[in-house]
Design a protein around this ligand. Structure first.
Ligand code: ZN
Ligand code: ZN
Length: 369
């Protein structure tokens, strides 16, 4: 409850917002059962980092759609309970585990969805840690960043480059790295065409910018009301999704002189995927980032897929290298997140709006005051 939170006396802080002494208790947004939402508490114990962990004072945390699923428990795999959600945390290391010699107190780091991986399975050994079956997920299988102090696996925190604000860094830790990796997975080369569906949305507006910075030519698909926003992002062409599927395909084929080399989709309904397969060029790749309900199908014409050598590929967040690279793009100013920063007390309202699909861009919580 906001009133209760406001009544907490804030500890004295240095100029970067870090308290001068580590408190014993902290503010958190915690869920004790699925579907009941979060409770804002101000007397939750500050956790102790293990030997291979760091304790991060979270200054900003993004709010991601996956947090809703963690809190609602509407996936087959459910989050632990009670759970502190959140996996886009930007902050400062305030305590270092005894085995950690590569991070120091005061380092700015990001805490992301992939909290830790086993490092020993066939996928980890092969550089494919995003599908490690022994992974821990931040704000899901372990507590996340909707708290002032989060324990994080030292090997997996991402350094935040100097000059990049916490407001901008936080959303890169999930939204940014997810679209950046997805674009890599399209295998579209510089000078070739990629279609970003939902280009004006939270993920899409980042995808347009990453694609441009990676040298791709971008066609943005979204509602007509998003056209000017997409052209501001420097998408080379805009196609409204209100067109009939065959018109949309014709339009893209004509812009690209034969079809797009890749498409990045993060939508929940099956139709746009079916259409994407018709506007891809031969040898093209459709990458899917969306997480619609389990059992949702992509209608794939097998004959066409064989004859035109199409690829349909899933992509899930990114590994540590992807996350560092995604962060560097933002630090260089090639990617700018459309971000709204709000206080703790607004979290419930933010989650409600997100559920109704009423959020614009990314919302970031200021957890420092
Ligand atoms: Zn996320
Ligand atoms: Zn593994």
């Amino acid at each position: 409850m906001p009133a209760k939170l406001e009544s907490v006396i804030a500890p004295s802080r240095d100029e970067s917002g870090v308290p001068k002494s580590l408190p014993k208790t902290q503010r958190v947004a915690i869920a004790t059962s699925h579907g009941a939402g979060v409770e804002l508490k101000s007397d939750h114990p500050v956790p102790t980092p293990g030997p291979n962990d760091v304790l991060v004072h979270i200054i900003r945390t993004g709010v991601c759609h996956t947090d809703l699923h963690a809190l609602d428990g509407d996936w087959e795999v459910k989050s632990k309970l009670p759970v502190i959600a959140g996996h886009e945390g930007a902050g400062v290391v305030v305590k270092v585990g005894e085995n950690v010699d590569f991070l120091q107190e005061g380092d700015r780091v990001g805490v992301k969805w992939l909290q830790s991986t086993c490092g020993q399975c066939e996928f980890c050994l092969d550089g494919k840690e995003t599908v490690c079956s022994n992974q821990q997920r931040t704000g899901f299988s372990c507590d996340g960043t909707f708290q002032e102090y989060a324990v994080a696996s030292a090997a997996h925190v991402i350094p935040i480059p100097e000059g990049l604000s916490n407001d901008q860094a936080a959303p890169i830790l999930c939204a940014g790295v997810t679209v950046y990796k997805g674009l890599k997975e399209t295998e579209v080369k510089p000078g070739q065409w990629v279609v970003v569906s939902g280009a004006g949305g939270g993920l899409g507006h980042l995808a347009v910018q990453y694609a441009r910075a990676m040298g791709m030519r971008v066609i943005a698909i979204d509602h007509p009301s998003k056209e000017s926003f997409c052209s501001k992002l420097k998408a080379e062409a805009f196609v409204p999704f209100t067109l009939k599927p065959d018109e949309l395909t014709q339009k893209i084929k004509s812009i690209t002189n034969g079809g797009a080399h890749g498409a990045l989709l993060a939508v929940a309904s099956p139709e746009p995927y079916a259409t994407a397969l018709t506007y891809l060029r031969s040898w093209g790749t459709l990458v899917t980032l969306g997480l619609p309900k389990r059992g949702s199908q992509i209608p794939v014409d097998i004959f066409d897929t064989v004859m035109r050598r199409l690829t349909v590929r899933g992509s899930i967040v990114g590994d540590r290298k992807d996350a560092r690279e995604a962060m560097e793009f933002a630090a260089r100013g090639d990617v700018k997140v459309e971000v709204e920063v709000v206080g703790w007390e607004n979290l419930k309202e933010v989650l409600g709006k997100m559920k109704e699909g009423k959020l614009q861009g990314r919302v970031v919580l200021d957890t420092s005051k």
